[in-house]
Write a protein that binds this ligand. Structure first.
Ligand SMILES: O=P(O)(O)O[C@H]1O[C@H](CO)[C@@H](O)[C@H]1O
Ligand SMILES: O=c1cc[nH]c(=O)[nH]1
Length: 238
């Protein structure tokens, strides 16, 4: 049944959904990698497609930016459309020297100051976690492709532009172990947990708080191909 945010009918969305923040990255993946991609929703411009990759059916859909946005889309995919696995494929700002531009990070936990999980279900902890099995599939996929993964905690922030200019990112790195910052994984992992579904997150480093290098909007849309391939190859038969 369509929702207020997704016009897909039942059966149009695969069991596994790759979920970039940027709907144009979803379009790029569908048009570049999927055979016979079918657009299942464009409500609010949040493009979602289902197609096949090496004979396996999968979907790719934008999440938008931030936890309220991915909170809505992921909850509906899990609860209304029978989705079992969501793999976020996002961009992130590095908090440390070991994670450089274009490196691929596999999140082993998400740390956040966000109220999302407390408001959603009373969960009080600052960490949420991906599914171990899905992470293992991503590790194996990266191994087959020869793409190194950096593993660790990611910071899911509600704020992109901060007035606080103190070196807060060093504190988050030193005290919470955060390798990098993005804005959605904490909520995605939480929704998966409360609905007994699976989620994981791969991130490509798009900019660095340490070296101050950055990538353009176009590069963020189309050039994160290593991460895309790791996620695509990790999708199992439905
Ligand atoms: O590239 P995406 O997946 O959107 O991820 C990151 O980029 C956006 C901020 O520029 C936030 O959504 C953040 O999580
Ligand atoms: O949330 C994000 C994503 C990429 N780069 C950042 O600095 N923050």
């Amino acid at each position: 049944m369509p929702t207020p945010h997704n016009s897909a009918e039942n059966g149009m969305i695969a069991k596994t959904v790759l979920m970039p923040g940027d709907p144009l990255r979803a379009k790029y993946i569908a048009e570049t990698y999927l055979e016979n991609p079918v657009l299942f929703s464009s409500v609010r411009g949040m493009l979602g497609y289902t197609g096949s990759y090496r004979g396996r059916t999968l979907s790719v859909m934008g999440s938008g930016m931030g936890m309220p946005s991915i909170g809505i889309y992921s909850y509906e995919l899990y609860s209304q459309y029978g989705v079992e696995n969501i793999i976020r494929i996002g961009s992130a700002g590095s908090y440390c020297e070991e994670a450089r531009i274009y490196d691929v990070v596999l999140a082993t936990a998400a740390f956040s100051e966000s109220s999302f999980a407390r408001v959603q279900s009373g969960y009080q902890e600052p960490f949420t976690y991906p599914d171990k099995g899905l992470c293992e599939r991503l590790r194996q996929s990266a191994g087959h492709l020869g793409i190194p993964l950096i593993e660790g905690v990611v910071h899911s922030s509600d704020v992109f532009y901060r007035e606080d200019r103190t070196p807060y990112y060093q504190r988050l790195h030193d005290e919470q172990g955060c390798l990098c910052v993005e804005m959605e994984s904490f909520a995605l992992f939480h929704n998966a947990s409360v609905l007994h579904k699976n989620a994981a997150c791969l991130l490509t480093i798009s900019d660095s708080f340490v070296s101050h290098e950055e990538t353009s909007a176009e590069e963020r849309q189309t050039s994160f191909t290593a991460m895309m391939q790791v996620a695509l190859e990790a999708v199992e038969e439905n």
